[in-house]
Design a protein around this ligand. Structure first.
Ligand SMILES: CC(C)(COP(=O)(O)OP(=O)(O)OC[C@H]1O[C@@H](n2cnc3c(N)ncnc32)[C@H](O)[C@@H]1OP(=O)(O)O)[C@@H](O)C(=O)NCCC(=O)NCCS
Length: 410
């Protein structure tokens, strides 16, 4: 088995092989790559070939930036286009490609890797754990009244005054750089968010609103006319208004955009396709049960490649000390680390002290962004706590400044 980067010469072979692994025929001529394919980085596309040169597996990596708790931005290779021909499955092709990918990432100084999983059973063995989650929230329009005043903020509406911002509806094609700029500001403050490289927007490679698919965009502007949020939406069958994404880090702007779509005439229901679990919008509805949650699932999976670097990179919000015994069966590694958090920063050094928690590197990936409580993994039997208060302390330590969320599809 040979694993090597794709070249210009065989990029069409790469794309063709990915299609075959998913059992799909290409919908567009392979020549030219198609929109999504054109966003791939050639030197980060891998082909697995049999000894007689037959392509049987693919994997590729996007060079993203991931926002960690504490508004820290770090390089994050985003694994994608993973596939093995049905005729060659369960013979270790993916395992070989994973080994290659992870070694390559480490060699280029990356200390974590991320992906979206087609099946939740595939990547745990390779050290990835689900770290952000997403839900779909459906609201029947006749029950959609909000129990918050039309004011900026809610509890402190008096102090901050009314929302003097405005909402304008643009067509996707009229938005120019607005979406890219608003998204970029949003993702820098949102733990779990990924950068959307400029070339994605330029190539229109991705899902709406990046793609040229027709969409209306409700753009929110602040009192000075500067765009500070948007909701991308379309109205389809059964008068359903579907919001692809609502992008803002300002809760009041989110509420203004939600109110805008919920008050849309000639609409029977509004589907918010991607909201973080426990989003405040449900508590803003006058009728709590008007918000129906579905599609509750994992989204971004995280794999740590260098535990001390990863733990010292993120921001921390509670002081404390924990000894973590971390096992990495796929890479055949094990490390015991003393994690000490003081004044928002962590120190993480090897130790031979007795551990407080023993955990797999995939579980550390799950708790890393603050979206999974370590205590839940202790109760699930994944993490072993060696003293009674270790799980509670770990919950307090790993908490993030905002619940992590990722809605970028790749
Ligand atoms: C998922 C896929 C890439 C796995 O490739 P593969 O070459 O068969 O994987 P490997 O042979 O290296 O498997 C390694 C281990 O993972 C397990 N595994 C692989 N795919 C699995 C799956 N879909 N569900 C559960 N376990 C799986 C294997 O049983 C094996 O377990 P073992 O180590 O206990 O023997 C391949 O099945 C595929 O192409 N699926 C369709 C496309 C797809 O879903 N791609 C992933 C996109 S995110």
């Amino acid at each position: 088995m040979e694993i090597r980067p794709t070249t210009e010469m065989d990029f069409d072979v790469f794309v063709d092989t990915v299609h075959a692994t998913f059992g799909r025929f290409p919908e567009i001529p392979i020549e030219g790559g198609g929109l999504w394919w054109s966003a791939l980085e050639m030197d980060r596309c891998l082909l697995a070939l049999t000894s007689d040169g037959r392509p049987v597996g693919t994997a590729a990596t996007h060079s993203f930036e991931l926002t960690l708790p504490g508004e820290t931005l770090v390089p994050a290779p985003g694994l994608t286009a993973v596939g093995v021909l049905p005729s060659h499955r369960r013979q270790g092709v993916l395992s070989a490609m994973m080994r290659h990918q992870l070694a390559q990432s480490r060699a280029s100084g990356e200390f974590l890797s991320v992906l979206l999983a087609s099946e939740a059973t595939i990547y745990g063995r390779f050290g990835y754990g689900p770290a952000t989650y997403t839900q779909q929230l459906t609201v029947q329009r006749h029950r959609a009244a909000l129990a918050v005043p039309r004011a900026r903020g809610t509890a402190d509406a008096q102090a901050t005054g009314p929302d003097t911002g405005s909402v304008e509806v643009l067509r996707r094609a009229e938005c120019g750089e607005i979406l890219e700029e608003v998204y970029d500001r949003y993702r820098r403050g949102q733990p779990g968010a990924l950068s959307r490289p400029h070339r994605w927007w330029a190539l229109r490679a991705g899902q709406p609103p990046i793609s040229p698919a027709p969409r209306y965009i409700a753009v929110h502007r602040d009192a000075d006319g500067v765009p500070d949020g948007y909701a991308s939406y379309s109205i389809g069958e059964a008068a359903t208004l579907t919001v692809d994404e609502t992008i803002t880090t300002d809760d009041a702007v989110f509420t203004a955009l939600a109110r805008f779509v919920l008050e849309h005439d000639l609409v029977s229901k509004v589907v918010f396709k991607h909201v973080p679990p426990r989003h405040p919008l449900r508590w803003q509805l006058a009728d709590f049960r008007a918000g129906e949650v579905s599609g509750d699932m994992d989204w971004l999976w995280v794999r740590l490649l260098d535990v001390p670097r990863a733990l010292t990179a993120r921001g921390w919000f509670t002081d404390g000390e924990l000894v973590l015994d971390v096992e990495d069966p796929f890479l055949g590694e094990r490390g015991r680390y003393l994690l000490t958090v003081r004044d928002g920063k962590a120190d993480c050094v090897p130790t031979d002290r007795e551990p407080d928690l023993s955990l797999d590197v995939s579980d550390l990936g799950s708790v890393y962004l603050g979206g999974t409580a370590p205590s839940a993994l202790v109760r699930a039997g994944h993490i072993r706590a060696h003293r009674p208060d270790a799980a509670t302390l770990a919950d307090a330590l790993f908490r993030a400044d905002r619940p992590p969320h990722c809605l970028h599809w790749f």
